[in-house]
Ligand binder design. Sequence first.
Ligand code: PLP
Length: 450
Amino acid sequence: MKKILLDENDIPKGWYNIQADFKTPLDPPLNPKTHEPVGPEDLKLIFPMGLIKQEVSQERYITIPEEIRDIYRIWRPTPLYRAERLEKALKTPAKIYFKWEGVSPPGSHKPNSAIAQVYYNMKEGISRIVTETGAGQWGSALAFSTQLFDIKCRVYMVKCSYEQKPYRRVLMENWGAEVYPSPTKLTNVGREISEKDPNTNGSLGIAISEAVEDAATHDDTNYALGSVLNHVVLHQTVIGQELKEQFKQIDEYPDYIIGCVGGGSNFSGAAFPFVRDKIIGEKPDLKVVSVEPLACPTLTKGEYRYDFGDSVGLTPLLKMYTLGHNFVPAAIHAGGLRYHGDSPLLSKLTKEGYMQAVAYYQNEVFEAAKLFAKTEGFVVAPESAHAVKATIDFALMCKNNNEAKTIVFANSGHGHFDLAAYDCYKNNQMKDYAHPEELITKALAELPTF
Ligand SMILES: *Cc1c(COP(=O)(O)O)cnc(C)c1O
């Protein structure tokens, strides 16, 4: 069988909250100044209560409102594919599957959370949502979602991406969003930074600070974040629950689950329903593998400790794997994997050994993506290509060991807006970066201690 499809009625009715299955509770987010746990009041300025409650919920399943399921129907359930042509090309006895999130209108997993976030804001009377975007994946998912609910959207887009990647901007504008190159002259943070350095390229950290300031200073406006936070990961569990059902249909269960990790939302969403089986002792041998760039090796080289979510230090402190909030990764093409931290949920599970991580150079990642396009046809996002590379490596290991294992990877999105990166690879112009150890040590030394 080539692909395993579910019926629209099989779209999950609840999101799965892995906190309910933790043996010890998650360390709470802390106020950046007092270092005391943050309360709902601290977050109310920029998030709706519906999402704040989900952030700290200990309930195992949270009902998905019917209005959200109805929008999910546009592209969900997403297909699970068997990559037989890739298996043949590798001459591996392993079975390779992938769960394909590239079928959503913006082309990635991100609207699974964007739709939910916009819905809860709309319910609480918010009429405008602001956010930041790097490469434009999150911005386009939010623009798509706000438009469906008739809510205004403003996106602070990192200036160098705004200039280098016009098509994601056009996509956001086509969905009715206002898009500005950050730093802008529209916020205090933006004005200060532009005055100091008029030629700055901008950064995700600066764009976050601008969006947060905008939300905090307008009553009708909230902020939305595309990854890292518990409620974002929660929304993405529709992926893993469908995946589990699809495996059940073919009477299979994976030995390996693999996915790329930027802030951790797509992979956590795909993996957590399976990680549950590992936590409760039903599937002790399941391997759950995160893949990241060597240029931003958060899980493989970072430390598990409290750090800020942004570069300015305005956000709550989160306990997570981090390279330090002052960490500036090289300009690799997988823009979505260039974040200094990771989801606290995924970080804790990694620390406790339920999940593991590997890291790669970008040339080998694109080589894998090229083989994938040749055999399976899909041109994947540079982020997703990291998962392809690790999958190929595990499949080749199975070949060496002559083991017919079952491997599945989370294929988070298509690469149709990333063809310049493929061109760069084709022309041998792609540089490999591994972030130097001494810079990691330096950035970690600048973390808050208490
Ligand atoms: C944003 C993005 C990622 C990285 O974000 P996560 O929160 O780690 O999932 C991965 N793949 C694609 C296609 C993305 O757009």
